[in-house]
Design a protein around this ligand. Structure first.
Ligand SMILES: Nc1ccn([C@@H]2O[C@H](COP(=O)(O)OP(=O)(O)OP(=O)(O)O)[C@@H](O)[C@H]2O)c(=O)n1
Ligand SMILES: C[C@](O)(CO)[C@H](O)COP(=O)(O)O
Length: 224
């Protein structure tokens, strides 16, 4: 079965702030986004990569690729107003039948084992999501109070989320709602269930300046 991955990097990075969009920030001397693409290529050199970037960043990215002699093959789609719209733009380039993963461009530390397992399971389960356990105590807030909840009832969700491409395309025909914070939530809105598998703890989403510090430390520990 053909395999695709949509690497979504169409966001504004408001929580990171700064002039340079976070997907282009350097960790260990190389832009985050290049590292993310390389992990997928390293896992499966046949995978078809679709990179989703805001149109006004595409020229800058191409310049960076020349500067870093980055020669992996990929197709490009335009970023949209929300993550949902970015994924939808990328999905338009996917031909069925296929398996398609959706991965945040700012998660360069996903492990090859997690990628391989998500695609293997998706061939059978049609919708697979990597998750990790909650390691801190959780409280649910109400208007004037809060209460401890059982953390074992919860999981933190990562990417790549991998789907049967026909199913994901159908899901993305639905009207957008702000509850669609990931691809699993879009598929679930069709009434389909989603299979969970273990993610890897290092697979952080680089969202804030603090995450960038963690990312630099993780990269240093990888190269020791
Ligand atoms: N319109 C959007 C919004 C988000 N994303 C992507 O979805 C992933 C997860 O989003 P996040 O890391 O939170 O990025 P931003 O939306 O850019 O962050 P913020 O909310 O702080 O602006 C990122 O790779 C981001 O580029 C996207 O492709 N298109
Ligand atoms: C898709 C995601 O990374 C799974 O954890 C997350 O939902 C993206 O959230 P964001 O707030 O749109 O970055």
């Amino acid at each position: 079965m053909n395999r695709y991955v949509l690497i979504v990097a169409g966001g504004k990075g408001l929580r990171m702030g700064g002039e340079l969009p976070k997907q282009f920030l350097s960790i260990g001397g190389k832009p985050v986004l290049m590292r993310t693409l390389e992990v997928f290529y390293g896992c499966d050199p046949e995978i078809q990569i679709i990179l989703v970037l805001p149109r006004n960043q595409q020229e800058y990215w191409e310049r960076l690729c020349r500067e870093f002699h980055f020669s992996l093959r990929y197709a490009m789609a335009d970023g949209g107003e929300t993550r949902f719209h970015s994924v939808k733009n990328g999905l338009a380039l996917v031909e069925t039948p296929a398996l398609v993963g959706v991965h945040d461009g700012v998660r360069p530390f996903v492990s090859p084992e997690v990628i391989a397992r998500c695609y293997e399971l998706a061939a059978e389960k049609k919708a697979v999501v990597p998750v990790v356990r909650v390691v801190e105590t959780l409280r649910r807030l109400s208007r004037d109070d809060s209460v401890t909840v059982k953390r074992d009832d919860y999981r933190l969700v990562q990417t790549p989320q991998v789907f049967d491409a026909k199913l994901l395309k159908k899901a993305y025909e639905q009207t957008y709602t702000p509850h669609f914070t990931d691809d699993a939530s879009v598929v679930e809105a069709l009434g389909e269930s989603v299979f969970l598998t273990a993610g890897n703890r290092e697979n952080i989403k680089i969202t804030t300046p603090f995450d960038l510090k963690i990312a630099v430390a993780l990269m240093q520990s990888c190269s020791i």
